[in-house]
Design a protein around this ligand. Structure first.
Ligand SMILES: Nc1nc2c(ncn2[C@@H]2O[C@H](COP(=O)(O)OP(=O)(O)OP(=O)(O)O)[C@@H](O)[C@H]2O)c(=O)[nH]1
Ligand SMILES: [Mg+2]
Length: 475
């Protein structure tokens, strides 16, 4: 197939329907554009808005949002009376009515169809079919353009699905259920797949669009893996040095620095999550995480470590993988498990808890070292638990982001529950041995000094590759 000939004509689909059925929501999700205006008030969209999908700066498909029908009954009556050539039906309709306010929305919504766009008709499957829907469907049938229908669902269940499907069979080449606010990446791909069936002429172009969508998704996951690897390197090797104030004791300075140190690490994690969010084109609306999401907890909170920390068995295995070179760190992990990292951290911040006396976790986790007479140094926190916790939190974040439809503007707890249930799969404890081995090797490489830069680079690439593989499996 000749790529250039096909892509010369970019496939365009106009999203059409009755006011307030979810057209803009469908467009927003399909085009991954969170700038599209969505509102509970009918009549929000008054002019067409073309949303091009760009991959590598190149437009590969465009979706056009349109206003809802305003005067379908009279529009159909006019079309039925029309006696000119079929191919001029839409143009003549628009030319005849373009200055008539009674047909303003019809002229607007039929304009992309007149220039050759395919039609995606959107209805809300939680309400029954009405006579006016039949009229709108008949108008679209008369345009003769390839068309598919989508049952969106504003309510919880598409209770009238069967009724809609029976009606649709008379008017459309393809029918799909698609929930604009909940659609996942694979549901978007499935929808594109069914667009292939709408018109044979478009099959090669849509097939190419799907291929590009998939490549682009892989590319995003590759970048997310690289960003995560970089974050781990930064956090696990991060150090800070502060001057001890004139009227300050070493301990006071240490506590002050510990607090700043934790804040910096948390900020590095947040920055990485933010970059991942942008990668998946969530630019405007903050994808509020489910209220019970672990990401609402601080990185160093007790709950975070209880839920995401490795189990003692896993620690033993991970420690075995790391080997003798970082023996100290392994001791620390074991101490963390036995005595509770959280009370440990709380203890450190509270300065010298008795609970920690003699435990190396106190020294290692937030090591404060006196440099010369008047400086204190903190870090690095080379702690295997911390690496796994950061990985798990990244997986939770990624899992939420990839499943956050771009039309969703606020939290919907029913969706939140689904996401939370799915997240369990992403936790690193379920990773296979090969993946865990690479993580351990990476940890060791980051946390030990080596003259062999090329070896470190190779291990880093292996880490990016295994993270890419686990991100690819997230659904
Ligand atoms: N829960 C839920 N609500 C939806 C869904 N799709 C649309 N809505 C809501 O329905 C209302 C209308 O959505 P829009 O996407 O603006 O509908 P529209 O068809 O573009 O509306 P007009 O531009 O006014 O014709 C908004 O309040 C949306 O949040 C969905 O899949 N689930
Ligand atoms: Mg709209």
């Amino acid at each position: 197939m000749d790529k250039h000939v096909i892509m010369e004509k970019i496939p365009e689909f106009a999203i059409i329907g009755h006011p307030n059925e979810g057209k803009s929501s469908v467009v927003s999700t399909l085009a991954e554009d969170d700038t599209v205006k969505i509102s509970p008030m009918p009549g929000e969209t008054v002019v067409c808005q073309i949303l091009p999908v760009l991959i590598d700066g190149q437009e590969i498909i465009r979706f056009t949002d349109t206003p809802g029908f305003q005067n379908p009954r009279e529009t159909l009556a006019w079309m039925k009376n029309y006696s000119g050539p079929d191919e001029l039906l839409l143009k003549t309709f628009i030319d005849t009515h373009c200055n008539n306010p009674d047909f303003k929305d019809e002229c607007e919504l039929l304009t992309p169809v007149a220039r050759g766009a395919g039609i995606i008709f959107v209805v809300d499957g939680s309400r029954p079919v009405r006579q006016t829907d039949r009229i709108e469907m008949e108008i679209l049938r008369m345009t003769g353009r390839p068309r598919m229908s989508i049952v969106n669902c504003k309510g919880n269940e598409p209770v009238h699905l069967n009724q809609w499907q029976n009606e649709f069979r008379k008017h459309f080449n393809s029918i799909r259920q698609f929930n604009a606010h909940k659609a996942t990446w694979s549901e978007r791909i499935d929808l594109l797949e069914s667009l292939k069936g709408v018109d044979q002429d478009w099959q090669p172009a849509i097939a190419m669009v799907i291929e590009k969508f998939k490549e682009d998704w892989k590319h995003r996951n590759r970048l997310a893996a690289a960003m995560t690897t970089e974050m781990l390197e930064h956090i696990l090797t991060f150090t800070m040095t502060e001057n001890i104030g004139e009227s300050e004791t070493f301990n006071d300075a240490k506590i002050r620095l510990q607090k700043q140190f934790i804040k910096k690490i948390e900020a590095m994690e947040r920055l990485t999550h933010e970059k991942i969010r942008k990668l998946f084109k969530h630019n405007i609306f903050d994808c509020t995480l489910p209220s019970n999401s672990l990401l609402h907890e601080d990185l160093f909170s007790e709950k975070t470590w209880q839920f995401l920390g490795l189990s003692p068995g896993e620690v033993a295995i991970a420690a075995g993988m790391v080997g003798g070179a970082t023996g100290v760190v392994i001791d620390v992990i074991a101490a963390g498990i036995t005595f509770g990292v959280f009370s440990a951290i709380g203890g450190i911040l509270g300065a010298g808890s008795a609970l920690l006396s003699g435990r190396r976790i106190a020294d290692i986790t937030f090591k404060g070292v006196k440099l010369g007479k008047d400086q204190v140094k903190m870090g690095p926190v080379c702690n295997l638990q911390l690496m796994y916790i950061l990985l798990d939190r990244m997986m939770i974040f990624h899992g939420s982001i990839i499943n956050w439809a771009h039309s969703r503007r606020e939290i919907d707890e029913s969706v939140a529950d689904d996401i939370t249930a799915n997240l369990k799969k992403g936790f690193s404890s379920g990773w296979n041995d090969k993946t865990k081995k690479v993580c351990s090797r990476f940890f060791q490489s980051v946390c030990t000094k080596s003259r062999f830069k090329y070896k470190k680079q190779q291990i880093r690439e292996e880490m990016e590759q295994v993270l890419f593989s686990v991100l690819e499996k997230q659904v």
